[in-house]
Design a protein around this ligand. Sequence first.
Ligand SMILES: NC(=O)c1ccc[n+]([C@@H]2O[C@H](COP(=O)([O-])OP(=O)(O)OC[C@H]3O[C@@H](n4cnc5c(N)ncnc54)[C@H](O)[C@@H]3O)[C@@H](O)[C@H]2O)c1
Length: 304
Amino acid sequence: MRKVAVIGMGNVGAAVAHQLVVGGYADELYLYDKNEAKVKADALDFEDSMDNLPFNVNITVNDYDALKDVEVIVSAMGNIRLLDVPNPDRFAELKHNRVQVEEVGAKIKASGFHGVLVDITNPCDAICQLYKETTGLPYEKVIGTGTLLDSARLHRAVGKFFGVHPKAVKGYSLGEHGDSQFVAWSTVKVLEQPIAELAKEKNIDLNAVDEETRQGGFTVFYGKKYTNYGIAAAAVRLVHAVLSDSKEQMPVSNYREEYHSYLSYPAIVGREGIVKQCKLDLTEEELQKLQHSADTILSKAQAK
Ligand SMILES: NC(=O)c1ccc[n+]([C@@H]2O[C@H](COP(=O)([O-])OP(=O)(O)OC[C@H]3O[C@@H](n4cnc5c(N)ncnc54)[C@H](O)[C@@H]3O)[C@@H](O)[C@H]2O)c1
């Protein structure tokens, strides 16, 4: 029995739950939201899709005791309207979300949950730390989607410039899931060729690719005032890695002792959460950017 929970049934949580249902990723799905009418409506809507789907999923609403036997919890709660301000910063949600995480984290702990918690709620890296503290889970069992989404945006942008599919692009955006993240170009390859070499050959300006990567998320956000499908795909990939113990390498937010912080850096994900932290051969400049990103996460989390 694959048991998965999604907490927060807004734009993101509903997209995650939908992908879990139509993709047949779970046998038991537990949905939670303070807005009971919304979560019940989504649950019924999913049940109405069951007759026309090749999979069955049993759905339960707002039962926190049931978390005891759940394998993966996805946190998608928050308040996206707080980001709809001029020059938004993902830390704009921290004050609000800290209170929600304290409340929900205590309920998760009380349930006896001992699986893996995947956090989407922003600011992702700071919220992972808060979940770790409030749930009492070990560091390796609290994982943030982090720059898994930003790396997918990078792969899309590189694919567009170089005329290849995003899957033909490897490499990472690292650090904060926020403004201080950066593309570690030394890790990026297109069809196995280092991107710096190929960019020279094809006379492509990597700054333009960087800009396209950064702007992608904003274009989606300002078009509809939220983003959901890209992040849902990232979160479900993580859920699947845990459920199937796939031991995939992914750039996710994980606690890095050397930076005293959660931040995105590739790690191997399996049934027990982060089963191994990877080691990249970054340039001196990239190492400095990563340190700056870690410092930013810690100082912003303390300031708010
Ligand atoms: N990490 C990423 O890459 C990424 C990408 C997109 C969105 N996000 C974040 O995901 C979160 C959700 O985004 P959204 O667009 O779905 O927001 P939203 O405002 O549409 O939905 C949030 C939902 O959470 C619910 N909620 C709030 N507090 C709760 C609590 N204590 N218990 C249960 N439910 C609670 C609300 O009722 C609401 O339905 C935000 O924090 C957003 O910034 C992260």
